[in-house]
Design a protein around this ligand. Structure first.
Ligand SMILES: Nc1nc2c(ncn2[C@@H]2O[C@H](COP(=O)(O)OP(=O)(O)OP(=O)(O)O)[C@@H](O)[C@H]2O)c(=O)[nH]1
Ligand SMILES: [Zn+2]
Length: 347
């Protein structure tokens, strides 16, 4: 048995589990490499079984001296991420710098919502603690606790928090993410000395890091556990539904039992207990509006193509409108116009 730690074309680098295998030929002889370069059995191709980084796999016919093998089976995945494409991740390490680049609350919120929407545990780290005073550090921590997130202070310069980070990463599969230039690669390099990930320089004026991290790869921690670096990106897109958005805010979850509605957007519903003066309420409203916008457009399109038909017993249903004669098709401009009217009426 082993774990796929990287994929290149049709080859899979598999880290072997210590002492795995039943027959004598299945057990790696002492002193042989702990990784095998594997292909995927034709049978797996036939059934459309893909192999991802993070997959736990069974290897057949290992060639110990050549360092080769063939993947015969992919075990069921516990989780599966799209970006980066990694299976069985059980922790997201979200890294934000306290300075250089400065911590933007909306941006952090967006990353938190995105991370929560995967359903995977989130561990929040505040890096470059050496750049701000202990009082300021404390202020940030207290503020983020108000959001529902304890945070770990880190610095690769002073070494603050690195032992705790090592403990947090051991025995788990962790993906490290966050904006560009916050020090993700530097942290991994400190924890895994032979990782040798490229560390970018903050580019002068913009205080933005360069995108220097690529290739999806799981690296083994000295104390156990696997970790993947990801390229920094500054604005993750939110893909959850407006209805689900509230479930990604710990503050809303805390207040939910007091809300009397089960389909509430906590916006202007009367007597909603969630609406209120908690700090991220404005973030919530902002994201909600952004998520609802495309839906409104979609609904407007449907409504312009159907009409509501009343049926007996108070029932009604939508039926397609009779198509206008071909030569009298309405212009795009008119269509736009009517969509805009709909928005005005609806708002
Ligand atoms: N002051 C200070 N600087 C740091 C610290 N950690 C990293 N840096 C610097 O921050 C810059 C960016 O570091 P990286 O490790 O490349 O950041 P990254 O998050 O991997 O960046 P991307 O690969 O672009 O996503 C480098 O110049 C590092 O030397 C820290 O703890 N304190
Ligand atoms: Zn409510």
């Amino acid at each position: 048995m082993g774990r796929v730690v990287s994929v290149q074309a049709n080859y899979y680098q598999v880290q072997l589990e210590p002492g795995s295998g039943a027959g004598s030929n299945d057990i790696a002889p002492a002193g042989e490499a702990a990784q095998l370069l594997c292909t995927r059995r034709a049978r797996l191709k036939k059934i459309g079984q893909h192999v991802m980084v993070g997959d736990r796999v069974r290897i057949e016919e290992p060639d110990w001296s050549g360092g080769r093998g063939a993947i015969a089976e992919v075990l069921p995945r516990h989780t599966s991420l799209d970006r980066p494409p990694i299976a069985n991740v059980n922790q997201i390490l979200l890294v934000f710098a306290l300075a250089e680049p400065s911590l933007e609350p909306y941006q952090l919120s967006r990353f938190l919502v995105k991370a929560e929407s995967t359903g995977i545990d989130v561990c929040l780290c505040l890096s470059k603690s050496d750049l701000i005073s202990p009082e300021q550090q404390q202020q940030w921590q207290t503020r983020l606790e108000g959001w529902g997130y304890p945070s770990l202070l880190l610095s690769t310069c002073t070494g603050e928090g690195l032992n705790q980070l090592q403990t947090a990463l051991s025995q788990r599969i962790t993906v490290v993410c966050g904006p560009s230039g916050v020090g993700k690669s530097s942290l991994i390099n400190r924890l895994i000395p032979n990782a040798q990930l490229r560390v970018g320089q903050i580019s002068g004026k913009l205080s933005r890091g360069r995108h220097t991290t690529r290739h999806v790869q799981l690296l083994e921690m000295p104390g156990g556990g696997l970790v993947a670096d990801t390229p920094g990106f500054n604005q993750p897109d939110l893909t959850c539904t407006p209805t689900d958005l509230g479930t990604h805010f710990p503050e809303i979850q805390q207040r939910l039992s007091a809300c009397q509605f089960n389909n509430c957007f906590h916006r202007d519903e009367p007597n909603c207990a969630v609406r209120g003066d908690w700090e991220r309420y404005q973030h919530y409203l902002y994201f909600l509006a952004a998520l609802q916008q495309p839906l409104l457009q979609h609904e407007a399109k449907i409504e312009s193509n159907v009409k509501l038909k009343s049926k007996h017993a108070g029932q009604s249903r939508y039926e397609p409108k009779l198509a206008p004669k071909k030569y009298r098709q309405i212009s795009r401009r008119q269509q736009q116009q009517s969509l805009q009217d709909l928005f005005r009426d609806g708002s």
